[in-house]
Write a protein that binds this ligand. Structure first.
Ligand SMILES: Nc1ncnc2c1ncn2[C@@H]1O[C@H](COP(=O)(O)OP(=O)(O)OP(=O)(O)O)[C@@H](O)[C@H]1O
Ligand SMILES: [Mg+2]
Length: 623
């Protein structure tokens, strides 16, 4: 593909999750929502497919976490042993038990540290690999999706998928999951330990889980709402910001600053309020959970003290129980954080799964056919539109049963009023879309049967928005044929009339276009795009308003180049400026998706049709 129709990454209004009511949008269009529908279980399948290749490492890492938890939980038990056995033995001059406790405690502490270190390293590696894989998948998948997808799913949303959403998964994997597993393990192990130490004391702890559970459940529901509202509000702030800065020229030209300030303040305040709501939910949860925890500890101490006094409970056991209980409730505040990161990560993963479930509207053929060798001495190929009907997914029929044959080597100019369907015709020929009905053929082979590399070699389209990639001018020209030599690149630039301006740049062909992006004019960009197309040497060349930014001498140079270098190639030239038509063998006038006039330019000019009228008006405008 020599040129693309993509603009830069721009956040548009439809980037808002849940919003998206552009005029071209159906009410039932799933693209209106931030989350694309994915098949059932796709989210889980995605997670499984990410973790499966490293299941051995996941198992080892989980084992490390289990051992680390065991080492940590041994502490209070050793304290109980020290108080109940070690101290009495010490009084009898038996230092063994207390020394054993001391050594055991040190081993556990050091062991827990070492295990934690090993776990963090192993988990971080898994985490990094998962994210690397996921980001790569998003990029490859999105790049492979058809133009049709990208026109509806804005680049702003794609960027969010591979940054914000991947990031929220990272948070969950790196901090959240460790936290959750830690909390769950300590809940189970501590409960069992307490029940084992003393049934009554254990029962108090277990009973306190009921109000805690209710609290967590209530928080989850309310927080989900609060956080969704918050993320919608922040998206609105970002969209407003990006829209203003992307359109800074019209903003300043039409003095929109004041109105924008007002709009921005509204979104900004709304976000602040939503953020406050979310924090309030969190505060309520924290206060509630501490209340439950402290009540449980108080109950345990009261009852435990009574039993120690009446001799039915060892003091050491009570001390251990209180230590355990504190440890049990400690991570509960953090559980709320975990729930948040879990919620946002699962929403993110769902969005990513929805994106990855999209299939290209223009699929690769299962059994690609090779094009026949070029017939005759000309490098061009015959193009046929055979009963083609076409409608964009969001709109009425643009081409109603369209038939056209362009013999190999012919240059056809297509003219017609705005919205007639000229660009649509070009995009079908370059297979950015497939016809709704009928076929587009290249030397008798359906475009749908051609492998993408063969198709892109055969058909090249240059559009109005000559897009330059980051890199040097030479690299930009060579995109159509990466193996081209510097001489070939220069030759192509010379043929098109781009050599002079390129030589006048500070580094000539090695000038970095991004660093000078602003200083390469629209016309110069078009020249580079032309040189690129020339070098790609396609059998069929499509020019859609490709000379619109050139001055008259520039356009003439391009026409001359096409006359010589592209001689014998099939060319479809779409232009509003009729000067372009002079190089054509044949002119097609298109209206409402139909060809209303078709013939050699001289014949049409001499006639009394639409083209004759257009041509007359154009000649008069020149005089
Ligand atoms: N991506 C799209 N999604 C939906 N409708 C589209 C899309 N692109 C074009 N259309 C519609 O299809 C019709 C034909 O558009 P097309 O771009 O082919 O016209 P055109 O002849 O190239 O016009 P112009 O001379 O202005 O470039 C128009 O009504 C347009 O609104
Ligand atoms: Mg057009």
């Amino acid at each position: 593909m020599t040129s693309t129709t993509a603009d830069g990454p721009a956040l548009a209004d439809e980037d808002l999750p849940g919003k998206g009511s552009g005029p071209a949008r159906d009410a039932g269009d799933p693209f209106g929502a931030d989350t694309l529908p994915a098949p059932r279980g796709a989210t889980r399948a995605l997670l499984v497919s990410l973790l499966t290749p490293m299941r051995a490492r996941v198992a080892v890492t989980s084992l490390l976490l289990l051992l680390q938890q065991a080492a940590v939980q041994a502490g209070p038990l050793l304290v109980a042993y020290a108080i109940d056995r070690g101290v009495p033995a010490f009084r009898d001059h038996d230092y063994g038990p207390l020394a054993a406790v001391g050594i055991g405690y040190a081993v556990c502490a050091v062991g827990a540290g070492v295990l934690q270190y090993a776990f963090i390293r192993a988990a971080a590696r898994i985490n990094q690999d998962v994210l690397l894989d996921l980001r790569g998948r998003i990029f490859r998948h999105a790049q492979a999706l058809s133009v049709d997808f990208h026109e509806r799913y804005t680049s702003g949303r794609l960027i969010s998928r591979s940054t914000t959403d991947v990031e929220s998964l990272r948070e969950l994997l790196s901090e959240g999951l460790q936290e959750l597993v830690g909390v769950l393990l300590s809940f189970v192990s501590i409960s069992l330990m307490l029940l084992w130490l003393d049934l009554g004391i254990g029962a108090i702890a277990v009973a306190s889980f009921i109000p805690l559970y209710l609290l967590v459940r209530g928080y989850r529901q309310r927080a989900a709402k609060a956080y969704t509202a918050r993320s919608t509000a922040i998206a609105a702030v970002i969209v407003k910001f990006a829209e203003t800065m992307n359109g800074i020229r019209p903003v300043q030209a039409f003095r929109r600053e004041r109105a924008n300030d007002r709009d921005f303040a509204v979104s900004n305040h709304d976000h602040e309020r939503r953020n406050g709501d979310a924090l309030l939910e969190m505060a309520r949860y924290v206060v509630g959970s501490r209340l439950v925890a402290n009540t449980a500890v108080a109950a345990m101490v009261l009852w435990g003290a009574y039993r120690v006094a009446s001799g039915t409970l060892a003091l050491g056991v009570l001390a251990a129980a209180v230590l355990y209980l504190r440890r049990l409730y400690d991570p509960i505040d953090r559980l709320a954080m975990f729930l948040n990161s879990y919620q946002s990560a699962s929403a993110s993963l769902e969005k990513i799964a929805g994106l990855l479930a999209q299939t290209p509207a223009v699929p690769e053929p299962a059994e690609p056919k090779a094009l026949p060798p070029v017939a005759g001495e000309h490098p061009g190929r015959e193009v046929t539109f055979d009963g083609v009907r076409f409608a964009y997914r969001t709109g009425g029929e643009v081409l109603p049963r369209f038939g056209l044959t362009i013999p190999a080597g012919q240059t056809v100019a297509v003219v017609g009023s705005t919205g007639a369907g000229k660009s649509t015709l070009a995009k079908l020929l370059a297979r950015f879309y497939d016809p709704t009905e009928g076929r587009v053929l290249l030397d008798g082979t359906d475009l749908r049967d051609l492998a993408t590399p063969e198709l892109r070699r055969g058909v090249v389209m240059v559009t109005q928005e000559a897009f330059l990639f980051s890199g040097t001018i030479a690299e930009n020209i060579a995109i159509g044929r990466p193996e081209a030599t510097p001489e070939e690149i220069e030759h192509a630039a010379k043929a098109i009339g781009a050599h002079d301006f390129i030589s006048s740049l500070p580094d000539g062909y090695d000038t970095d276009v991004r660093k000078r992006g602003g200083r390469i004019s629209a016309g110069q960009r078009q020249l580079v795009a032309f040189a690129r197309a020339l070098l790609a040497d396609p059998a069929v060349l499509i020019l859609d308003e490709a000379t619109s930014s050139l001055d008259v001498p520039g356009e003439r140079a391009v026409q001359r180049a096409m006359g010589t270098v592209l001689h014998g190639r099939t060319a479809v030239v779409i232009a509003h400026r009729l000067s372009t038509v002079e190089i054509a063998d044949r002119v097609l006038v298109m209206e409402h998706g139909r060809i209303v006039e078709d013939g050699p330019p001289a014949e049409l000019v001499a006639g009394a049709g639409r083209f004759a009228g257009l041509h007359k008006a154009w000649r008069e405008s020149l005089a």
